[in-house]
Write a protein that binds this ligand. Structure first.
Ligand SMILES: [Zn+2]
Length: 264
């Protein structure tokens, strides 16, 4: 058996305070991780909205690039058509068959370029329709997306404020509890809390330490149940406490009540 302070009472005066202190400390640490993770959650939401807007802007610039390409292609076609009509006029002016054939070949090449250009414009028009559809869909969703992020951010901010208030109350309660403890007990609690990941106390249930799941020796188990000493587990060093249990289903309920009463 580890440390023990005999105080001649049925319950060690520090034990109930310690049990509440551990609960308060666990709640404080839970709230602290919630509070600390809140800025990142808000950032993530805002990044989602930013990404949504960015994707929409990207589609809009793809659409205007598409429109510019179409205008350029149409300009090219116009120039080629002008050339063809000029070359067709020149057909009447050529002097030799050779020149005539060369001119015809040129016109054929230009007409081929016209067909290619028209195909390209068609492709661009199909692409523009697809982009336009995506833009209209995203624009329609933008307002609701903004509203969703805004309300989620407000909810997280309110939650954070609430958590901070609760934590401040718990910290005040912690002050009271630590003042009520003897210096020696508080030192032991803080040391174990650090070494045992926030769990300085462990309940003994069915003869086992719930901190390390090792069975207590029968004498130690008796000592813990008598609650007259502040005892620590021989295996994990946690401060042990025992809450009387009753048998059966009704007993479970009663036991739960008792536990609650003991822990509150
Ligand atoms: Zn243990």
């Amino acid at each position: 058996m580890g440390r023990g302070f005999y105080v001649g009472e049925t319950v060690h005066p520090d034990l109930k305070t310690l049990i509440e202190l551990q609960q308060v400390d666990r709640n404080i640490s839970e709230l602290t991780s919630k509070i600390d993770s809140s800025p990142l959650e808000i950032q993530t939401l805002q990044a989602q909205l930013h990404e949504f807007t960015r994707a929409l802007d990207e589609r809009k610039s793809r659409l205007s690039a598409n429109q510019k390409e179409r205008r350029d292609l149409e300009g090219d076609l116009q120039a080629i058509r002008a050339k063809i009509s000029k070359h067709k006029d020149q057909l009447y002016e050529v002097k030799t068959n050779e020149q005539y054939r060369a001119m015809l070949k040129e016109i054929e090449g230009e007409e081929e370029n016209i067909r290619k250009g028209e195909d390209r414009i068609l492709e661009k028009m199909v692409e523009a329709e697809q982009i336009d559809k995506l833009i209209r869909e995203a624009s329609g969703r933008l307002d609701s997306e903004k509203a969703r992020v805004q309300s989620e951010v407000s909810r997280l901010e309110a939650l954070r404020k609430e958590s901070e208030q609760t934590r401040a109350q718990l910290q005040a309660r912690r002050e009271e509890l630590t003042k009520a403890l003897s210096e020696e007990t508080l030192r032991l609690y803080e040391k174990l809390r650090k070494a045992r990941n926030g769990m300085a106390l462990a309940e003994v249930r069915d003869g086992l330490c719930t901190g390390c799941h090792v069975r207590l020796r029968p004498q130690a188990y008796n000592d813990v149940r008598s609650s007259e000493l502040l005892l620590t587990c021989e295996t994990c060093s946690r401060i042990l406490y025992y809450i009387p249990q009753l048998e059966g289903a009704a007993g479970d309920e009663l036991a739960a009540d008792q536990r609650a009463a003991f822990q509150n």
